[in-house]
Design a protein around this ligand. Structure first.
Ligand code: ATP
Ligand code: MG
Length: 407
């Protein structure tokens, strides 16, 4: 039984569309095996996340995970980087040196941009993938490693084989299991999930307000083709939140920010495509925002019931989640089902997402709580200890234990 949810959580992959679920299912099938995998997809579509998900869900998850960007290593030194070298094998080789394959022993090696490796190196890669054997540069002795290879490309390797720049045997070896990461435009039904998650994360981290995106904003976003895929979307959401500081994002703002003069639209001549789902998206955002308000009310209640007054000091030190609130001008959709609001109103608000139960330990929670309180209180240990009800000594010990450093 493949646990798609667990795979997503292991590295934070977002997506519920059929395309993403199919891909996650395939990851779940191949991850526990020892087979080498080829991942392809457009730039920024999430290939690196997929590679990491394979490692994290494999039997090798506690062993090394070595990332090698083959495209960034000059051809002259790539073999010594990958397989190591013997002292004196070339000018500057003053010591014996381990290569990435040796460092990845028992774990996984992630060969990014494999299409960029020189042909001679490709032959050596094939050998190490097939039987774990390699020779350090300048050595004569064959060495063995146990490494799983996950290779990534955004090139069309079949075409590279045809024009002679990629070895056919290596291609056939790698392509047996190919995971294709869909481009963003192929799974627009996930767009609202990305926008919401990136918006919430960024606003919480930077303590700015997030009033959500209007349905017209989503309509405009769906007309753009996103050549930089999820990476471009993430940067776009973050920059919009900075530029429009605290405002609800409208279609007009998106049009302007994307510079949609026409050339980047998928089909600028068509009338605006009205997406029925966007009503649901907006409703979901409103419900969530109601939930945040509820959370804030609870916090206020706790302060009052705890006999504490909201003094100017506690207001400034522990602002309630000011990043998240319901804007006054949100048109409350008449389609909102009152029973859903009732559910939220009567629901118990807990700090832990029920979906995470079983995956987080007390230590994780403690670590996160201490770190975020420290950040919020500018690393003032006395105030942090007081806010958490700890002695300063205990706090000091825990900071050391979790290796929390001021960022
Ligand atoms: N499904 C996803 N869920 C959450 N974040 C994603 C997803 N896909 C991509 N991202 C985010 O987009 C950015 C780019 O992802 P990643 O580095 O995996 O892309 P890539 O395909 O390897 O890009 P490139 O071809 O440029 O190397 C990262 O910040 C990543 O967190
Ligand atoms: Mg990448």
């Amino acid at each position: 039984m493949i646990d798609i949810d667990k795979i997503q959580k292991s590295v934070g992959i977002i997506g519920e569309s059929e395309e993403m679920r199919d891909m996650l299912h395939l990851i779940g099938q191949v991850a526990p095996t020892e087979i080498s995998v080829l991942i392809n997809g457009d730039s920024g579509s999430g290939k690196e996340m997929v590679a990491k998900a394979i490692h994290k869900n494999s039997r090798r998850k506690f062993e090394p995970y070595i990332i090698v960007n083959c495209g960034a290593i000059p051809a002259g030194i790539i073999e010594s980087e990958l397989f190591g070298h013997k002292k004196g094998s070339f000018t500057g080789a003053g010591e014996d040196r381990k290569g990435y394959f040796e460092s990845a022993h028992k774990g996984t090696i992630f060969l990014d941009e494999i299409g960029e490796t020189p042909l001679e190196t490709q032959a050596k890669l094939l050998r190490v993938i097939e039987n774990g054997e390699f020779i350090r540069v300048g050595d004569t002795k064959t060495q063995r490693v146990d490494v799983r290879v996950v290779a990534v490309t955004n090139r069309d390797l079949a075409e590279e084989v045809n024009n002679g720049s990629f070895r056919k045997d290596l291609y056939f070896r790698l392509k047996t299991i190919t995971i294709r990461v869909p481009s963003l435009k192929e799974h627009f039904s996930d767009l609202h999930l990305y926008v919401e998650r990136f918006g919430l994360e960024f606003s919480a981290k930077n303590d700015i307000s997030f009033k959500g995106f209007g349905s017209d904003a989503f309509q405009v976003m769906k007309k753009y083709h996103w050549p930089g895929n999820v990476r471009e979307l993430k940067n776009f959401v973050e920059s919009l939140l900075v530029i429009q500081m605290g405002q609800r994002i409208t279609g007009e703002m998106v049009t302007k920010a994307l510079g949609l003069a026409g050339s980047d639209l998928k089909n600028p001549n068509l009338p605006v495509f009205i997406d029925r789902e966007s009503d649901d998206v907006e409703r979901e955002l409103i419900l969530r925002q109601l939930l945040f308000i509820r959370q804030e009310i609870n916090e206020i209640k706790q302060i009052i019931q705890g006999g504490g007054k909201i003094t100017p000091q506690s207001q400034s030190e522990q602002p309630m989640n000011s990043a998240l609130y319901l804007p006054a001008n949100i048109p409350l959709d008449s389609q909102v089902n009152p029973s859903e609001i009732m559910d939220i109103e009567s629901g118990r608000i807990s700090a832990i997402d029920p979906d995470s139960i079983g995956d987080v330990s007390m230590k994780d929670v403690e670590h996160e709580l201490i770190e975020s309180t420290l950040t919020k209180l500018n690393h003032n240990r006395r105030k942090t200890a007081r806010a958490l009800g700890l002695s300063e000594r205990t706090l000091y010990r825990k900071i050391k234990e979790y290796n929390i450093i001021k960022k």
